[in-house]
Design a protein around this ligand. Structure first.
Ligand SMILES: NC(=O)c1ccc[n+]([C@@H]2O[C@H](COP(=O)([O-])OP(=O)(O)OC[C@H]3O[C@@H](n4cnc5c(N)ncnc54)[C@H](OP(=O)(O)O)[C@@H]3O)[C@@H](O)[C@H]2O)c1
Length: 213
């Protein structure tokens, strides 16, 4: 059993919580307004879930998930996540997040920014290119023809291994885009972004991506 510390309790955080709980794990989940505002969610999620502050969720985590608007990534607690695998679902919407020049210029990746913020954590891209609601509806057993595939990327092979097993249990094949420096291939507006694709199609879409759009 793994404790998932989930920072961000919106569309994505809740869905990843449901998937983690369905796999027999525990969840500690946080938002920006405080644990008392998550009572309804915790009632729905059940006894293996509890609400906490982001600091507490990070401290309790065996594995963490970051699912906040990108503009808030610098609020993610650093010290309690040292040495831990951190799944990063964030995307860059300048309309929501404000402009981040290094991203606008194609010099950084969204997950690369989080990795720099969490220098001793093992950041791994996960669930960023699937509409949240479909995480619990689009999965299918391993070996199903045309099974949906999701991308990951990390500088840490053990983090990729973790996400691959987690995706598989959730009903998805995995395609790695490589290190975080290549993770722009699955960011917003690239061919692989938020379309249903199997592993072969996802590999092709990652290869088709252009850095400057
Ligand atoms: N929605 C999707 O289908 C989808 C799919 C893939 C990836 N993503 C990406 O995943 C991220 C989350 O998206 P979402 O749709 O889940 O957003 P959302 O529904 O707006 O939820 C965001 C959550 O983050 C929390 N939060 C904001 N600032 C925080 C902070 N400083 N500390 C702790 N928690 C904070 C919010 O708490 P409060 O409500 O208390 O402010 C809320 O619980 C975004 O980067 C998004 O682009 C979304």
């Amino acid at each position: 059993m793994t404790t998932f510390g989930i920072i961000g309790a919106g569309n994505i955080g809740r869905q990843v919580a449901r998937v983690a709980l369905a796999q027999g794990n525990e969840v500690v989940i946080a938002n920006s307004r405080g644990p008392e505002t998550l009572a309804d969610l915790i009632e729905e999620l059940g006894p293996k879930a509890r609400a906490a502050t982001a600091e507490e969720a990070a401290a309790a985590a065996d594995v963490a998930v970051v699912a906040v608007p990108l503009k808030a990534y610098r609020d993610v607690p650093v010290d309690p996540l040292a040495g831990k695998i951190v799944l990063d679902a964030n995307n860059y919407y300048w309309e929501r997040d404000g402009h981040i020049e290094a991203l606008d210029r194609g010099e950084e990746t969204t997950s690369g920014l989080l990795q720099k913020h969490l220098p001793t954590s093992q950041v791994v891209k996960a669930f960023n290119h699937i509409v949240a609601a479909t995480i619990t509806t689009d999965g299918s057993p391993a070996g199903t023809a045309n099974r949906r595939a999701l991308a990951t990327a990390s500088d840490y092979p053990e983090a990729v291994e973790f996400v691959t097993a987690f995706y598989d249990a959730a009903g998805f094949d995995t395609v790695s885009a490589g290190p975080l420096s290549e993770s722009w291939r699955v960011e917003r507006d690239r061919p692989a972004y938020v379309v249903r694709q199997n592993a072969e199609e996802l590999r092709a879409n990652l290869a088709l991506a252009q850095r400057v759009i």
